[in-house]
Design a protein around this ligand. Sequence first.
Ligand SMILES: [Zn+2]
Length: 359
Amino acid sequence: MDPGLRFWLRYVDHRGGLAEPTADGTVVMLPPAMAGEFDLPEELIATDDPDVARDDGTVLLATGHPALIRAADAALTDGDVGVITLAAPDGPPPGPEQLQDRLREHLTVDHGKIDVSGLPVRIDRPVLRVGALITYTVSADETYQERLECWVDAVSEVRLGTDAASRLQQAPRPDRPARVTPALVRSACLGDDAPGLAQAHHVLEASAERRRGALAAQASEAHRRELGHARSYYDDALRSLKRRHDAAEPERAELLAARAVSTREERDRRLAEIDEKYRPRHDIRPFRLHLLQVPGWRVPVEIRRGPRPYPFSFDWLPALGAFATERCPHCRAVETLSAGKTRLGCRSCQPGGRLHALP
Ligand SMILES: [Zn+2]
């Protein structure tokens, strides 16, 4: 099925309409308000096949149809915002020995040994999913639209990879959604500085800039050509003025000199106009913000360097089959932790962390 039509049928369903596939297309019943808004009958057969669409009562709805564009615009304006809770792990938490093995298998701490120091506690780790529509303008008559998405752990502000994102997308959801408190949403998305959200924006902005650079590079050949044409046109004009100037009587020569000045000004204006026409731009229009509650177990640990224990904790997330990434408790870097003589840090902040091994 045409992706545009598929999207529109989902939109109809979301607005309370009905869609039923048949041999001749999809029978669609629209709520009266929606039918009026879209200027369509309340009952119709929608198809993406132009041959079928010749029959009476059948409407050809494919990418580019005004009804689809209107629905897409409405969906983008309303946005797709919500809290999604994943199904809680069934059964008891993993035993201390199993957790101990997993910790040592998944994590390393320089100069330190990780020991489970207590019972795991059931937690929900907030993860943000942010989607945006990016419009790239690479010249006055060339624009592209693309969808970007970014998943960020709202606690560590670390971006999740595509594998983790698809695991979360496929993770089972509970039959009945859990209660969502405003405090929860505030803490993950709307806190004073909303670090997770700021990080998501930063990631989207950086990806969009990279993509814009690649698209602009494709347009730069046309840019160079147009600049080249304009330059050679003005070079010719100026050469001809110079020739006439050199052969002219003094009074006429003065006039021609003034013409040359204004021609140079006109050339500079024209070249600036061409540069402006090819100046790449992009616009980010966010349309999705999901707060996912990813269930897991918080495992209290002690990281030991010799007799010295540093208390810490790691979150085991069964949906990801991994521990959540934790930042360095001292400098907030995303780095391998390092147990120092006086504090727990990481490879980037622990003075002499690496020197320790030297004699
Ligand atoms: Zn550090």
